[in-house]
Ligand binder design. Structure first.
Ligand code: DGJ
Length: 746
């Protein structure tokens, strides 16, 4: 619900209020973002009351001598007139000046939510608030757009800048979100990492200065995911204030948390201004990506719930939005590039016997691709490997009772390819200079319409092959040595690339609505809301080690639901770490995402194969709650004196009739044998049967309130000597899955 009354703007969601005030000068002062409040009197009470400006403060104007922009919470800020914090907007006008003066001109509320012109955006919002600001000197106008999603307590923000004059100007930055807060008692949470170790949760206590979470490598990146949080120091999983921010964009981004000299905190998010410069001609406009923000007083769990619902309901779209995702077998770690039809069919046959539903042929099926050094761009089948072509193989896989999917990396070009020989100018590189290669490949210049047309046509031909029902869309090099032969202004290149990429994705996903797309970029190098607008799931990491995955998937769980996280059971010793992990634990971790297998099933023992069969049957039976349930991080302790890495998660069906829990211990500790499993989110008044999957150690009939507030004291684990009947063997990396089912007629 959005209201505008007496200069007071109020945006209400089910549990939060966001409010700002139009000042007499035309500036917008931010008043409140947090738990729902009755805003009667807010305009007088929450505005900053200023009787003098301190020391070297700048007064906005003679007319408003007590308005100092530097020490006030603002809804929007630009360069000049006193605010020296990171600005939302930075323009260089024709005369070389970077000072602007955008003041309130108009505002209106519209019902529903409009899609954006050239960028992906959320859908299904209840209302939108539009606030128009005009520069007092230059003919430039800025529209701030807010959308509310009441049920998940999310508000999104974006902006559009328009040139209404006769001279062009350069937009050096146009951010998406600015949130100014009164104090600085906050912790900034970022999710950082690198290839194969994505989403490491960092906690940075704020102090005067600036903390920047950024990607400058042209892709949202595994180094710094665009999802960040701001919490109070005392905020816990279950209680306390927490803000979450994300961006619907896949390129360079930055999220800054700045504490100024007066102890106020500013959060700014959007396209990274570094290297960005957009020439805006007369009558042209530029829109910033949509930023997502949410507040919860219910701790990290509450915030995650909001974000999960938002992603599931308002980002993911199309036929697969709420459909249970198939259990797949991916060929990559099983055979890498070394396969032929016979090998693949043998794998598919075993896969079928275990209950797998979808067979995915990964890299290596096209051109002359036998390693990573060639053929990207040559998207025609290698008939030496697959004599019947893609559809020939697909038909045989389908005859086994499996669905078929394949891998592509369409945004790339190998120098050693037919495509490069025909169109060397389509590659992104700087003419006449040394080009630094990444994984022996270059990026196709998607800012060029003819390249986009070629790409859509070429991929359409591949996707139209009979039997293709799944596509893994990979992207394995980051942007450096950026240059487009088709552009004069290279500072526009990266953003134009993403506008082109989204256009391609839009066309292909519309043309092939039945295909399940899985995003991938060397694992989680492009795990973002921009991609999720087109592809309902993303391969989270090239690291399939269960322990590493526990970190990565826990990191992801703060901002993304399990239904978008691709997770596979792979071979041991693990290919990334060499670690040996029990098969049950590899499954337990992967089951808390979209489950797949990525190993040579034929290399498993008959006992292991039987176990895999049981795992898949279990997953299928509980798939809805595992993929779409309400997720809780119960215990997430790395090391203390008594426990060495304890992980407990659970997921509860929306009707609370069913829940699945997971308990993993990184290292066994002798004589520390009493464990506990305490749940969350179960129906307090109901009775539940609590039991473990497989070991038959626990079977209890207890109330939801007992489970939620006291927990089950588990059977004693082996403690260092004397094995006794009924004990719970729990060695390094052992785990358990628990099922909780509501007793409907106790
Ligand atoms: C990187 C991906 O993340 C892997 O899963 C695999 O598809 C390889 N590319 C194939 O080249």
């Amino acid at each position: 619900m959005i209201t505008i009354q007496d200069n007071l703007f109020v945006l209400q969601t089910d549990h939060t209020t966001y409010s700002f005030l139009k000042l007499p000068s035309g500036h917008l002062e931010h008043l409140h973002y947090g738990p729902s409040i009755d805003t009667t009197g807010a305009a007088e009470v929450l505005t900053q009351k200023c009787r003098m400006l301190g020391g070297n403060g700048i007064a906005y104007s003679k007319e408003y001598p007590l308005l100092g922009l530097e020490d006030r919470c603002l809804e929007f800020s630009a360069l000049g007139h006193g605010d020296v914090r990171e600005p939302f907007l930075d323009i260089t006008f024709e005369n070389g000046s970077r000072t602007s003066d955008f003041l309130y001109a108009d505002a209106w509320v519209s019902e529903g939510k409009m899609p954006m012109k050239a960028l992906p955006s959320s859908y299904g919002g209840a209302q939108e608030l539009h606030v128009l600001l005009k520069d007092s000197v230059y003919y430039a106008e800025l529209e701030l757009i807010y959308a509310v999603f009441p049920a998940c307590d999310v508000i999104t923000r974006r902006a559009v800048i328009r040139n209404q004059g006769e001279a062009a100007f350069t937009v050096n930055r146009l951010m998406s979100l600015q949130l100014d807060l009164d104090d600085s008692e906050y912790v900034f949470h970022t999710f950082t990492g690198a290839w194969a170790r994505e989403m490491n949760h960092q906690r940075i206590p704020l102090a005067q200065g600036k903390w920047i979470n950024e990607s400058r490598c042209g892709i949202s990146s595994s180094m710094n995911n665009p999802f960040v949080m701001l919490s109070r120091p005392e905020t816990s999983e279950k209680a306390g204030d927490c803000f979450g921010f994300n961006l619907i964009y896949s390129g360079n981004h930055c999220e800054m948390a700045e504490v100024n000299a007066y102890g106020k905190t500013r959060v700014i998010t959007g396209i990274h201004p570094e290297g960005f410069g957009w020439r805006l001609g007369p009558e042209e406009e530029l829109e910033s990506p949509e930023a997502v923000m949410s507040f919860s007083a219910g701790g990290f769990t509450g915030l995650s719930r909001n974000m999960h619902t938002f992603v599931r309901e308002h980002i993911v779209r199309g036929e697969w939005k709420k459909k249970e995702r198939p259990v797949l077998l991916n060929s990559w770690e099983a055979v890498y590039f070394d396969f032929d039809e016979e090998k693949l069919l043998a794998m598919a046959k075993t896969a079928k016997e275990t209950g797998i539903e979808l067979f995915v042929m990964d890299d290596g099926w096209f051109g002359t691709r036998n390693d990573s050094r060639s053929s990207l761009g040559d998207w025609y089948c290698n008939y030496e490997k697959l004599p019947g072509g893609i559809s020939g193989l697909a038909r045989k896989i389908e005859a086994l009772g499996l669905r078929f999917g394949l891998w592509v990396e369409p945004e790339m070009i190998s120098v050693n390819s037919r495509l490069y020989r025909e169109h060397p100018d389509w590659a992104v590189d700087v003419p006449g200079t040394l080009h630094s290669e990444g994984r022996d490949q270059r990026i196709l210049d998607l800012t060029r319409p003819e390249v986009r047309t070629w790409l859509v046509d070429t991929m359409s031909a591949v996707f139209s092959e009979e039997g293709v029902s799944y596509i893994k869309w990979d992207n394995n090099r980051i942007f450096t040595d950026i240059f487009s032969r088709a552009r004069e202004n290279q500072t526009e290149f990266l953003h134009r690339y993403y506008v082109g990429y989204y256009e391609v994705m839009d066309q292909l996903t519309r043309r092939f609505p039945h295909i399940l797309f899985e995003g991938c970029a060397s694992g989680g190098n492009r795990f973002d809301l921009g991609v999720l607008c087109y592809m309902p799931q993303i391969w989270a990491s090239d690291n399939t080690d269960a322990l590493c995955r526990a970190f990565i998937q826990t990191g992801l769980s703060y901002g993304y639901p399990a239904s978008v996280v691709g997770a596979h059971v792979s071979a041991c010793p693990n290919h990334q770490t060499g670690r040996m992990t029990p098969l049950a634990t590899r499954f337990g971790v992967a089951a808390f995402g979209v489950l797949g297998y990525e190993c040579d099933l034929a290399a498993l023992t008959p006992e292991e194969l039987a176990e895999v069969k049981k795992q898949i049957a279990f997953y299928k039976e509980h798939r809805r709650v595992l993929q779409f349930g309400d997720y809780y991080r119960l215990v997430n302790r790395r090391y203390n004196d008594f426990e060495k890495g304890v992980w407990q998660w659970m997921t509860v069906s929306p009707d609370r009739k069913e829940a699945i829990g997971f308990y993993m211990m990184e290292q066994a500790v002798p004589n520390m044998s009493f464990g506990k499993f305490q749940t969350a989110g179960l129906e307090e008044q109901a009775m539940y049967r609590f039991r473990d999957v497989g070991e038959k150690e626990e079977e209890w009939l207890v109330s939801g309130s007992l489970l939620n507030h006291a927990g089950i004291k588990l059977q004693q684990a082996y403690a260092g000597h004397y094995r006794r009947e009924g004990m719970r063997p729990f060695a390094d990396l052992d785990s358990r899955l628990y099922i909780m089912s509501m007793i409907l007629n106790p």
